[in-house]
Write a protein that binds this ligand. Structure first.
Ligand code: CTP
Ligand code: MN
Ligand code: MN
Length: 486
């Protein structure tokens, strides 16, 4: 699965010169690697203590790397030290000795690393311990989706379904705040490996506010939420939900039609004053097929079809399944692929050629191609959740039943032997491949939180194109020289 923290750690750019020259001091304790925390200690004292330890045969690391076994700090605020460690420590902190200076002075006096005693330890006195810790049943659930391990198994569907209705209803009313709050809450509950059975169980969970808890309480007591029921029976909600289910119809268009008094597809299609664009026309034309979920077997078959179309153009091309199916979902609303060429620049003609190939095969039912507007010089974009600039196309393809293992995921009684399926292709330059793959894997909440995490916790800006060091970007914007992390 794809849910481990991804943002790379910022490392010091220049390693101290002494790291490159052979140590003058003889190493006596190979198995012990110290790291002295500069905070509170100060640079000159740290440097002095480093030399002292090295002269006694200790290895002292400059960087808090995987090799470090003993972290020594003079910071008396355990919570701030642990907070810092959790943010930048390289591995599971369980195996790390986090010690106060008394262990260091004892060891220097003895001329060897003394055994770690309880009095040396700087305890993590936060109410919760990092994931994987066995000493307490409570584990921290991060407020960031990208810091949570989430499987495709949802133990809290009764709540998350309710939250989704509420989020959608707020979305229709253009109330972004509460909409996002319910999406966040749903994401947190989806990450739990257990079902919430009483409200008390949620007390240590982030992102659950008064309103979400009130809804949960109702669901727990009555098996349903009256607020949700009310929304579901609301005419405006039902109509907007129906209209936005058409490919190419967003909340704005749906609202416009609703305001005109239209309530059904028949009314829309009969209204001569309404002009449907090509996407919407095809949305109606293939409505039954493309609103039906795409199965994993169908996605696999489409992969083969796209792969063959791509290989016919350039055998060395790179093709990857992305979106929900990359996350391991059983069903999706479409199938997403990233396609590019190993040679930079050659990707430019790729999508038009693939589209042509699909057309020749007679399986291209609809294509909306958007050429690339990617320009490294215009980055980064501060627009939140803005679409990326890569070449892409939104397709509807004809999929034959004979090409799908186990047959199509079709409506009962459908004997056509084929169905229409939505497929998205995105084609970044190969040096942007990793960012595009990360950005298109989703979920939307995961991506949103990954960006927020990068911004808030790492002082970086992440988008589908790049990762930027925020501390360098503002100065660099003036000089027009962005420091990009490859
Ligand atoms: N995405 C994007 N830019 C777009 C379209 C999509 O960055 N122009 C990203 C979305 O943020 C999402 C991923 O691509 O993370 C896949 O989008 P989508 O197919 O809409 O959602 P899935 O997660 O694949 O869900 P489903 O299985 O329903 O298709
Ligand atoms: Mn998808
Ligand atoms: Mn998609």
């Amino acid at each position: 699965m794809f849910h481990a923290p991804i943002v790379p750690r910022v490392r010091k750019r220049s390693r101290p010169a002494e790291a490159d020259v052979p140590r003058r001091e003889e190493v006596k304790f190979e198995d012990v690697r110290l790291y002295l925390v500069e905070r509170k200690m100060g640079r000159s004292r740290r440097s002095f203590l480093t030399q002292l330890a090295k002269s006694k045969g200790f290895i002292v690391e400059d960087v808090l790397s995987d090799e470090v076994t003993h972290v020594v700090s003079e910071d008396s605020h355990a919570s701030s030290l642990w907070k810092w460690l959790k943010e930048c420590a390289p591995k599971n902190l369980k195996n790390l000795n986090v010690l106060d200076i008394s262990w260091f002075t004892d060891s220097m006096r003895e001329g060897r690393p003394v055994a770690v005693e309880t009095r040396h330890l700087i305890q993590d006195n936060l109410p919760t311990l990092p994931e994987g810790s066995t000493s307490t049943p409570v584990t921290t659930v991060s407020q960031y989706a990208c810091q949570r391990r989430t499987t495709t198994e949802n133990h809290n569907k009764i709540f998350t379904d309710a939250f989704e209705v509420l989020a959608e209803s707020y979305e229709f009313s253009e109330m972004e705040g509460p909409c996002l709050a319910f999406r966040r809450a749903a994401s947190v509950l989806k990450s739990l490996p257990w079902a919430v059975r009483c409200l008390g169980a949620t007390q240590d969970l982030p992102c659950l506010g008064e309103h979400t808890k009130a809804v949960m309480e109702e669901v727990l007591q009555c098996g349903r939420s009256f607020e949700v029921e009310k929304i579901l029976s609301d005419e405006r909600y039902q109509t907007l939900k129906l209209f936005t289910s058409v490919f190419g119809v967003g909340p704005k268009t749906a609202e416009k039609w609703y305001r005109r008094g239209l309530r059904s597809f028949t009314e829309i299609l009969a209204d001569r004053s309404i002009h449907l664009n090509r996407m919407q026309q095809n949305g109606f034309l293939h409505y039954g097929d493309i609103t039906r979920a795409v199965s994993k077997a169908e996605a696999r078959s489409l992969r083969t079809i796209i792969d063959e179309a791509v290989r016919a153009i350039t055998p060395a091309a790179i093709l990857a399944l992305t979106g929900g199916f990359r996350r391991g979902k059983e069903f999706g609303h479409d199938v997403d692929f990233i396609v590019t060429t190993p040679e930079l620049g050659k990707e430019k003609s790729l999508l038009p050629n693939i589209i042509n190939g699909l057309k020749k095969q007679g399986i291209l039912l609809f294509c909306d191609y958007q050429a690339s507007t990617f320009d490294m010089a215009k980055l980064p974009s501060y627009r939140f959740e803005a679409m990326d600039h890569f070449a892409k196309c939104f397709l509807i393809l004809r999929l034959e039943a004979s090409q799908v293992e186990g047959g199509l995921h079709s409506a009962e009684g459908d004997s056509r032997g084929w169905r229409a399926v939505r497929v998205d292709l995105v084609s970044p330059p190969v040096d942007r491949y990793a960012f595009a793959l990360l950005g298109w894997t989703g979920s939307r909440q995961f991506e949103r939180d990954l960006r927020r995490f990068a911004r808030v916790k790492q002082q970086m800006i992440l988008d589908n194109h790049c990762l930027y060091d925020k501390t360098k970007v503002s100065a660099a914007l003036d000089s027009q020289q962005l420091e990009l992390i490859p």
